[in-house]
Design a protein around this ligand. Sequence first.
Ligand code: FAD
Ligand code: FES
Length: 340
Amino acid sequence: MTASVRVAGTDIAFDCGPDETVLDAAERAGYLLPYSCRKGVCTTCAAGLVDGTARQSGRGLVEAPSEDLLLCRATACSSLEIAPASVTRGEPPSRRTMTATVHKITRPAPDVAVLVLRYPIGKRVRFRAGQYLTVRLPDGDTRNYSMANPPHRNDGVLLHVRGVPGGRFSEQVVSGLRRGDELTVELPFGGFTVDAVSSRPIVLLVTGTGFAPAKSIIEDLIQRRDGRPVHLYWGARTSSDLYLADLPSRWASRYPWFRFTPVLSEPDARWSGRTGPVHRAVVDDHPELSDREVFACGNPAMTDAARSDLLAAGLPPERFHCDAFVPSGLGDQLEPAAHQ
Ligand SMILES: Cc1cc2nc3c(=O)[nH]c(=O)nc-3n(C[C@H](O)[C@H](O)[C@H](O)COP(=O)(O)OP(=O)(O)OC[C@H]3O[C@@H](n4cnc5c(N)ncnc54)[C@H](O)[C@@H]3O)c2cc1C
Ligand code: FES
């Protein structure tokens, strides 16, 4: 049975099918709600439940009032009234599932693999800089990886995958991949994207392979001759973890609007650059944050600390954009909905 979902304080309402998450139903109806992992881990999609009963997988029945219903994991058991952090009207996303062929694998650092995947000849998939795809594992589970290529290069994808010890995809699958192997991917997902009409200066704050979506965003700004000021901070433990640092260094020497600050938390004696937690360098360099858009991506501990310290330093909450690389293999299967 289909249930009706109303958005509190608006005239927005949409139908939610029995096996649909509230997030999926909203998208299908053309309403964009905040989300990141879609796996019930990052809490970006948390919304108030003002009225009704929902079922959240891994948590069971949730009855109103509740502050923290995860819409990416919630199905409707009755008509619902929800209070998400934001809602905007938009086109329902046109996602595609593609068979992509491994064209090339390089290892710019011992624990980072760069995968070049190509679609079948003549196929292209549109996406926005900063978005991610899902890779399907043999048992149907999925993992999220951000596109590192800019959107105008859309006949395939470039992924930066950091090896997690014991990781099913990042170690077990990636170590066995060879040129010509096939992977099933679905894209695009995510709202970690730059507003093309804004001219506010951008601060990109990344750790590890969080550089991947930053690279896509910067190469897109270059392609579009955008010209707004962009400052990239790339945090890592040691200089060898900055696996493609030559690239942002080249951008910095070529484009006057671009600055690059690498920051190490465990530097060796030869390092003469910035040290400490990467988000603290942003706070130190930008005492006036109120006119900036900040995009933080990578280690969840960094994105959490950055959110807390940057908001305390005056950054308006709506200008803090975040894709925390939470483990994306923890998503349990959705429990079947029990509409009443
Ligand atoms: C929106 C989004 C975008 C992402 N983009 C990227 C990307 O561009 N590049 C990239 O390298 N990763 C990215 N990730 C993380 C990625 O999706 C996987 O979670 C990660 O690669 C581990 O998958 P796995 O199958 O190898 O490990 P799993 O088999 O899922 O996990 C193995 C073990 O490692 C733990 N674990 C998993 N991930 C981590 C972690 N990050 N840190 C510490 N322990 C962990 C698990 O809890 C488990 O115990 C992204 C995540 C999200 C949510
Ligand atoms: S998007 Fe729902 S918890 Fe991450």
